[in-house]
Design a protein around this ligand. Structure first.
Ligand SMILES: Cc1cc2nc3c(=O)[nH]c(=O)nc-3n(C[C@H](O)[C@H](O)[C@H](O)COP(=O)(O)OP(=O)(O)OC[C@H]3O[C@@H](n4cnc5c(N)ncnc54)[C@H](O)[C@@H]3O)c2cc1C
Length: 296
């Protein structure tokens, strides 16, 4: 379903994010996870695109499998890094033929071993350029073309310390044709509300979906701090985790409780949608949905 239709229903969406695994065993484990979460009937599920485009085929294969074997509505991520116009055109064509309705358009992380990667040399230096290109694509059966999502950063993107300019850049993505914004994970709802108000002041009026990741273990927390550069862990959460000591189950319960409270507060404050970063596991996602009373 086109993003504009998804968000026009007037009630907050629930969506999940998966990353495409590499081994056949991990692929089957993920599919068990997906089937377990299918009954919650999320509005959509998104599938990441590995850093530097490293999972191009894996992302495509998982998206097609979701289309063919489940009732879920997959949203593939697509990134600018290293891609030519011809390559993006082929990818769009394949998704259009498979009946994919929406794409999350991102600049993308650089390849893992290239921290000095120069995005300005890419055909699409910024996500806004990719949004413009997707918008011009005419091969989709929906006359509106693909629905397009873009990334937003409630705590700011680390590469643009000028927070005023950053909002101008975000507005450029929306003006280029984005239908919704999905945010980076955050642990302090005030950051999200402030971001939403700043979007409002900048004239950005598309729905903003809040990205939430429950802490399920101290190691996953450390990994996410690395991946979601700049994410702030509030003292309130850290103190609670400290009380859990070295009990993995207590850490998990605290993480779930914290994420559930965050989601409940967001729902009370008219969030357009909640996007749960599942890390390819179903248990935490299912428990949060249950605690929120939204399990089908
Ligand atoms: C929800 C979500 C999903 C993600 N999924 C993936 C994924 O699947 N694969 C992956 O590789 N990465 C993913 N990322 C990470 C993302 O690609 C990186 O954070 C990337 O650095 C920023 O992407 P963007 O789309 O926001 O880029 P952009 O909007 O292009 O912004 C990138 C940087 O450039 C600045 N900028 C924007 N426009 C201009 C301009 N005109 N002039 C100068 N500076 C400008 C921005 O302020 C920002 O600092 C995801 C991030 C989020 C929040």
């Amino acid at each position: 379903m086109h993003a504009r239709n998804i968000f026009s229903k007037g009630k907050p969406t629930i969506s999940f994010e998966f990353f495409p695994p590499k081994t056949s065993e991990a692929k089957e484990n993920l599919f068990t996870t997906i089937l377990d979460l299918e009954s919650i009937q999320p509005a959509f599920v998104s599938v990441t695109y590995g850093a530097g485009g490293s999972t191009r085929e894996l992302t495509h294969d998982l998206v097609l499998r979701l289309k063919k074997q489940t009732s879920l509505d997959p949203v593939p991520h697509l990134t600018c890094v290293g891609h030519t116009e011809a390559e993006i055109d082929v990818i769009l064509q394949r998704y259009a033929e498979a009946g994919v309705s929406n794409i999350l358009a991102l600049r993308g992380d650089p390849p893992r071993d290239r921290s000095d990667y120069d995005h300005t040399r890419d055909t699409f230096p910024q996500a806004a350029d990719l949004v413009r290109f997707i918008k011009k694509f005419t091969g989709h059966s929906d006359p509106r073309g693909f629905g397009i999502g873009v990334a937003g950063f409630p705590e700011g993107h680390p590469s643009t310390p000028n927070r005023l300019l950053e909002m101008d850049y975000l507005k450029q993505k929306v003006d280029a044709g984005a239908d919704y914004i999905c945010t980076q994970l955050f642990f302090e709802n005030r950051d999200f509300y402030d971001f939403r108000e700043r979007c409002d002041l900048a004239g950005i009026s598309v729905p903003i979906v809040a990205g939430i990741m429950p802490v399920t273990s101290l190691s996953s927390m450390k990994r996410m701090a690395e991946l979601a550069g700049g994410a702030r862990y509030p003292a309130r959460l850290l103190k609670a985790l400290q009380r859990a000591g070295d009990s993995p189950e207590a850490v998990r319960q605290i993480g779930l409780h914290y994420a559930t409270e965050q989601c409940a507060d967001l729902l009370d404050n008219s969030v357009a949608g909640i996007h749960l970063y599942t890390l390819n596991q179903s248990t935490a996602t299912r428990e949060i949905c249950q605690r929120l009373g939204i399990t089908k």
